[in-house]
Ligand binder design. Structure first.
Ligand code: HEM
Length: 413
């Protein structure tokens, strides 16, 4: 093992005690040693646990770059895995559909889907698994609409998306590459079909105005037609964009729904409070859940130059884990951080918690997942007033995702 500088302790995100209770481990780190070093995943990296350290690194992309990807593995610089102008322009192509107008237009469709899933759940009840029966299918359907994937293909997509997430953060690079190749082949079929449509319409060059006219109005068409720094996206960039959007918006939103309902039903007075004034407490409950149970625990950056963090000198080209979940439980940033409280201020929380990261790479899907979960909560409050937990839940697999992979509840109706 490498000799560590004074003040740095080894960190193993896969250690049993960390997997069982990551927040207890974060608290130990914050009270003594806010920087750790890991060699246990086969890829060495530093880990930051303090709010100010994480936030400062996140907001300084010149020193803490995203060009080698957001995982402990050094990845090829492409698409979202980039800095500066390349990244801003790439992101802008896909962010348009996540604008306030785009989200507002989607809302009725999300409400209809949520209502259908709820009705199916009630027909199946009274005891259901909120994860399998509701929280999982909802965001997968929504991302499939945005991507432009029809029919049952989304089941395959969900499977791949989960496997990719599970292996991306260091579990098995071999498995990761295999899953990655499968998803590429899947998206290639869809991309090729769009070029065939253009050819059939006698069009040689894809242009932005073909989206929604010759081609369907979705992200796959955007990937084909958008202008990117004076050229079109190449195939690797197209695949990377679609994959990033697919993976980014799936398990995270599922986890937000399960985490939130878990915490509210765990303490029935919380559920009662939310039901007593949904317009006031749903926004607080969503932001508090994001802070308290951040679905994506951490993302990585790479140092481009020598830096000093948490009093430790780190050289260039080192991977650094920004632990957003730990930062969100830092007593230096939040009062009583280990309590889930509905008397916090939703707006203040949303401005300060780091569940969506921040800086140039801050999550572009945040407004979409907030809208989805707000719609869901309004429905649950109205139709499941007597819901209760119906047994122990299980946590998601891997160290980086924090959600319930199973959440038995009694719908109470
Ligand atoms: C509760 C739901 C979600 C959570 C907790 C979440 C969390 C995150 C976090 C922590 C990051 C990294 C930010 C950083 O490194 O500074 C991120 C990035 C990203 N997320 Fe989300 N996300 C969620 C929903 C979504 C949705 C719905 C989408 C797509 C529609 C999405 C797409 C992305 C993409 C594409 C990136 C990369 C952005 C970039 O590098 O510029 N996410 N998300």
């Amino acid at each position: 093992m490498t000799d560590l500088p004074p003040g740095v302790l080894p960190y193993d995100p896969m250690a049993k005690e960390v997997i069982d209770d990551p927040f207890a481990e974060y608290r130990r780190r914050q009270s003594g040693c806010p920087i750790g070093h890991s060699e246990t995943l086969g890829m060495p990296f530093w880990a930051l646990f303090g709010y100010d350290d994480v936030r400062s690194a996140m907001l300084d992309p010149k020193a803490f770059s995203s060009r080698y990807g957001p995982t402990p593995v050094f990845q090829k610089s492409i698409g979202f895995f980039a800095d500066g102008k390349e990244h801003t322009h790439f992101r802008a192509i896909f962010r348009k559909r996540l604008s306030p107008e785009g989200i507002a237009a989607l809302q009725p469709r999300v409400a209809e889907l949520a209502r259908r899933l709820l009705d199916d759940m009630i027909a199946k009840g009274p005891v259901v698994d909120l994860h399998d029966d509701f929280a999982l299918p909802l965001p997968v359907h929504v991302i499939s609409w945005l991507l432009g994937i029809q029919g049952d293909d989304f089941v395959t997509l969900k499977h791949w998306s989960d496997e990719l997430m599970e292996n991306a953060f260091g579990k098995s690079n071999e498995r990761f590459l295999k899953v990655y190749a499968g998803i590429c082949a899947f998206f290639d079929q869809h991309l090729d079909a769009r070029y065939d449509m253009l050819t059939a319409a006698g069009i040689e060059e894809a242009l932005p105005e073909h989206v929604g006219s010759v081609l369907p109005d979705d992200w796959i068409s955007d990937a084909v037609c958008a202008d990117y720094l004076g050229r079109k996206l190449n195939r690797d960039e197209q695949r990377m964009a679609l994959m990033g959007l697919l993976v980014g918006g799936n398990e995270t939103t599922t986890s937000l729904i399960t985490n939130l309902m878990w915490r509210l039903l765990e303490e029935p007075s919380r559920w009662e409070q939310v039901r007593s004034d949904p317009d006031r407490f749903i926004p607080v409950a969503i932001e508090e859940s994001l802070r308290f149970d951040s679905p994506a625990q951490a993302m990585f950056r790479t140092t481009l130059c020598p830096v000093e963090v948490a009093g430790v000198e780190i050289g260039p080209k080192q991977k650094l884990m920004l632990n957003f979940a730990a930062a969100n439980r830092d007593p230096a940033a939040f009062d009583d951080p280990d309590s889930f409280r509905l008397d916090r201020d939703a707006r203040d929380l949303s401005r300060r918690h780091l569940a969506f990261g921040g800086g140039p790479h801050g999550c572009p899907g945040a407004p979409l997942s907030r809208m989805e979960v707000a719609v869901v909560m309004q429905l649950f409050v109205k139709h499941l007033p007597a819901a209760t937990l119906a047994g122990p839940s299980e946590r998601s697999v891997g160290y980086n995702m924090w959600g319930r992979s199973s959440l038995p509840i009694n719908l109470g109706c």
